[in-house]
Design a binder for this molecule. Structure first.
Ligand code: NAD
Ligand code: 0WE
Length: 311
């Protein structure tokens, strides 16, 4: 399955039983401990940090929404941000996902995981209440969430699109980003960043992406409107438009494997992007290095969208 060959769950599942989880988990943590940056204000001369520069996110507190597996783009972002010194809190969509997300959180120095279904305003407000009990402010929020009913993502656009499918796609994939900002803005620090994930289907008609195209176009417009408003209080708002990656959200999309191959061949860097590529760009955008960037859609697609023909 998608999860079994991932680094983290691979380690956890090696011994085939949940009771055997702790030992390999600790081994994994100790590996990460060597790459952990010093906390904010700490001198860079402790035993773990000797000779290492401070991470670009040292002292930043980041809320990560959208980890479902070790293949999730949000997990690539969380790992890059942890490496750069951020302190993380995660949310998970369902109880079924909660245990796995908690294990992943622990591997990145975090034990705070909160349930969140972004379809519910009450759930968003409850999540922030629980978060505010731990953190008095938040420096970045990563929104890595999309959903349309499966029947929306196959066949011709006008045949598959329905009023209800359109509503759900826009609610979960676009409105939820504004909702996270609307209910969380009192917690945002004066040099904070919001980040969401988009896809080329926002600006090009891509077969089978269907109603998710209009939903991502709406999400990208959300980025601009939110950036215009929140800039005054020091919050930047950006999106990364990522190339296709095999995640749970891509599982079961018919022809995804051959699409990956076709895209790799037509991409200037001649390969597909990875969750590490996206994670590194996300860490930059949420850091003070990107203090002059807001309302932007940054393409992390190996240049695919820049070329009109490839040989
Ligand atoms: P993923 O399945 O790992 O992540 C999608 C996440 O959305 C999951 O964690 C899921 O729990 C969450 N989610 C869905 N409905 C939710 C709800 N009601 N409440 C809370 N959470 C909910 O897949 P991914 O590919 O990592 O997707 C993350 C983002 O990246 C999405 O916005 C997707 O559109 C975008 N993106 C993906 C690709 C790709 O090819 N995989 C390319 C470009 C952009
Ligand atoms: O945004 C996405 C996928 C988002 C998504 C995926 C699913 C699958 C499971 C939204 N809703 C659902 N609903 C489900 O039931 N991507 C960018 C990945 C993706 O999906 C495609 C793509 C690409 C790329 C669908 C068709 C064509 C290309």
């Amino acid at each position: 399955s998608l999860e079994n060959d991932s680094n983290l769950t691979g380690l956890l599942l090696q011994q085939g039983s949940t009771s055997a989880c702790l030992k390999p988990m600790r081994a994994h943590l100790s590996i990460l401990a060597h790459t952990r940056r010093a906390p904010y204000n700490a001198p860079c001369c402790g035993p773990l940090t000797l000779g290492l520069p401070m991470g670009i996110l040292a002292g930043k507190r980041v809320l990560i929404v959208g980890v479902a597996s070790a293949r999730s783009i949000a997990w690539g972002i969380a790992q890059a941000m942890f490496r750069e010194g951020a302190e993380l809190t995660y949310t998970y969509q369902t109880e079924r996902l909660g245990e796995r997300v908690l294990e992943m959180a622990e591997a990145t120095g975090s034990s705070l995981c909160l349930p969140l279904d972004v379809a519910e305003d009450q759930a968003i407000m409850g999540m922030y209440e629980a978060l505010a009990a731990q953190w008095n402010s938040v420096d970045a929020i990563v929104h890595s969430v999309a959903f349309a009913p499966r029947d929306q993502l196959a066949g011709n656009y006008l045949e598959s699109v329905t009023r209800e499918g359109f509503r759900i796609a826009h609610d979960i994939s676009s409105y939820s980003f504004a909702a996270l900002a609307k209910h969380g803005r009192q917690l945002l620090s004066p040099s904070s960043a919001l980040l969401t994930l988009s896809y080329l289907g926002a600006v090009r008609a891509i077969p089978n992406y269907n109603v998710m195209g209009p939903a991502k176009a709406s999400l990208e417009a959300n980025v601009r409107f939110m950036a215009a408003e929140l800039g005054a209080t020091g919050t930047r708002v950006n999106a990364i438009s990522a190339g296709p990656i095999k995640t749970l959200a891509a599982a079961g999309i018919s022809g995804f494997r051959s699409m990956l191959q076709t895209v790799a061949n037509a991409t200037p860097i001649r390969r597909n992007v990875t969750i590490e590529d996206v994670g590194n760009a996300a860490a930059f955008l949420c850091s003070d290095l990107a203090a002059g960037i807001t309302g932007e859609i940054l393409y992390v697609d190996g240049g695919y969208s820049r070329v009109g023909m490839s040989c």
